[in-house]
Design a protein around this ligand. Structure first.
Ligand SMILES: Cc1cc2nc3c(=O)[nH]c(=O)nc-3n(C[C@H](O)[C@H](O)[C@H](O)COP(=O)(O)OP(=O)(O)OC[C@H]3O[C@@H](n4cnc5c(N)ncnc54)[C@H](O)[C@@H]3O)c2cc1C
Length: 471
């Protein structure tokens, strides 16, 4: 692509007015620089934004300098962790991007089971560092997602039922505030800020370091079970019922998906739309087999549950969802799988518009659901499931059709949800009412904390909690 044409046809990046960041050690990338297109690209290939400057920070001092420089130049700040956000909130037109991607180191203290993670690490970095010690931090379902964004929004994953959301294992954060100073927040120091970052997203500052408590996880019993999609109602009910009573060491998300066309699956299943459950039991395979008996009795097309080292489970989906695909997301929280909701799932979930488009239901039960709703900013503890519908395709020309499928499916299901959505899976244009509904009774307290720590709304490229949202 011709860079000159690109710049003149898009918004207003202005290479002439260079932004200086005194004392900055990392790389600074501006329009016209060789690495500019790579630096502005995020995981969702449908996002095409042109920042004024990408400041690749190597340490907290760089982050402090970048925030100060952006404020002095009156520039919008976007903060980039792993770059996975649904709405591409890690990059913004005309903004100074505080890019944390060089800050990926992880330090493990196995004796204390403490893990300290730099703000730009991805979960694969954490799994790599903790696995030799037989430890893991609860994360998500894919290893390329950023620790920063996933944690700040809550963090739903395979270990949620046993050890809670990612934020329930978070012990401390170092945060660069809007005035460029760095503070530590934990249960004793700035507890208001510590409460708010556990679910409130990047609204309060740039987190340069996360300290987590880790848990014993080494090899798990995990893998997919596939059923004929037409049996989706029966499978959904059996899965829901099993998780209501099963040990919390067992987790599994439900999805309608196309069986990937890869050698790992039998040839007759490849490309077929199925009702799938991706299981993970943090325990022996024999125990998993017993726990899964009610679903095994339903005679799945494939039972692929086996022993898997934790990092391998976390990265199973990485090659199926490489960076750069076109994504369109819709999310809700769900309390109950009613007959009406299941009928909608059957109607839309069995009609996937592309091989990578899918619907997932992620359990937020067990340990994750027991935490009181007001204990952290993440408010929907009562919701049994976070539901996400994603239209995905490599071809930009197909984005409109996969998005329209996701929108129609979501519109039909939304009346059966509890309002609000998982902020990490919301797009960039969903509006304040959705954000308010996502934080429910915690919203007013979040606004108070926002006023205290970011009264000018310096950090607003996120699911924003405006300081003036409540008069
Ligand atoms: C393929 C895929 C799978 C996913 N699976 C899961 C899953 O299993 N469980 C789950 O809970 N979520 C999942 N998500 C959603 C994910 O949590 C969000 O996309 C999250 O925003 C990604 O964080 P990031 O750091 O990679 O993104 P970015 O786009 O870099 O950042 C997202 C937001 O967080 C802010 N941010 C990031 N890092 C920091 C920081 N250090 N300090 C302050 N603000 C920061 C950014 O400013 C932005 O507003 C998935 C997303 C994708 C694309």
């Amino acid at each position: 692509m011709d860079m000159t044409t690109d710049l003149t046809t898009h918004t207003s990046p202005n290479a002439a007015s260079r932004v200086e960041i005194p004392g900055f050690r990392g790389e600074l990338i501006e329009p016209g620089d060789a690495g500019y297109d790579a630096a502005r690209a995020v995981y969702n290939g449908a996002i095409d934004r042109y920042p004024r400057l990408v400041a690749r920070c190597v340490d907290a001092a760089d982050v402090m300098a970048a925030v100060r420089a952006a404020r002095a130049a009156d520039l919008t700040i976007a903060v980039r962790g792993g770059g996975h956000n649904a709405g591409g909130l890690g990059v913004w037109d005309d903004a100074l991007v505080v890019d944390l991607t060089p800050m990926r180191s992880v330090h493990v203290d196995p004796a204390e089971r403490l893990v300290r993670v730099d703000g730009g690490a991805v979960w694969g970095d954490v799994d790599h560092a903790t696995h030799p010690f037989g430890l893991a931090v609860p994360s998500g379902f894919i290893s390329s997602t950023g620790v920063g964004g996933l944690t700040l929004g809550g963090g739903i994953g395979y270990l949620s039922r046993q050890f809670g959301l990612t934020i329930d294992s978070l012990l401390a954060v170092d945060v660069v505030l809007s005035d460029g100073t760095l503070v530590t927040a934990d249960a004793d120091r700035r507890p208001d800020l510590f409460w708010a970052v556990r679910g409130g997203g990047g609204n309060f500052g740039v987190v340069t370091s996360f300290t987590f408590g880790a848990h014993p996880v080494r090899t798990v019993a995990a893998g997919p079970m596939f059923f004929d999609a037409a049996r989706g109602a029966e499978v959904l009910r059996a899965w829901d019922e099993l998780l209501d009573s099963a040990s919390e060491s067992l987790n599994g998300w439900f999805g309608f998906l196309s069986v990937p066309a890869v050698d790992d699956f039998p040839a007759d299943l490849r490309g077929r739309t199925v009702a799938a459950i991706m299981w993970c039991h943090n325990g022996p395979l024999a125990e998993a087999r017993q726990l899964l008996a009610p679903l095994r009795d339903l005679d799945p097309l494939l039972d692929g549950v086996g022993e898997v080292p934790w990092p391998a489970l976390q990265s199973i989906f990485d090659p199926l969802f490489p960076a750069g695909l076109q994504w369109y997301w819709r999310t809700d929280f769900v309390d109950e799988l009613t007959d009406e909701a299941i009928a909608v799932h059957l109607e839309h979930g069995t009609e996937l518009p592309s091989p990578q488009s899918t619907m997932h239901l992620y359990p937020v039960s067990g340990a994750a659901g027991r935490v009181p709703a007001g204990a952290t900013a993440y408010a929907h503890r009562q919701a049994k499931y976070a539901q996400v519908i994603v239209g995905v395709d490599p071809d930009p020309a197909k984005l409109a059709s996969v998005a329209s499928w996701a929108r129609d499916y979501h519109d039909a299901l939304h009346p059966h949800s509890v309002g609000g959505g998982y902020v990490n899976m919301m797009m960039d244009d969903e509006g304040l009412d959705r954000v308010r509904a996502s934080y429910r009774d915690n919203f007013a307290r979040l606004v108070e904390v926002k006023r205290r720590y970011d009264p000018d709304n310096t950090f607003h490229i996120n699911q924003n909690i405006p300081p003036d949202a409540i008069s």
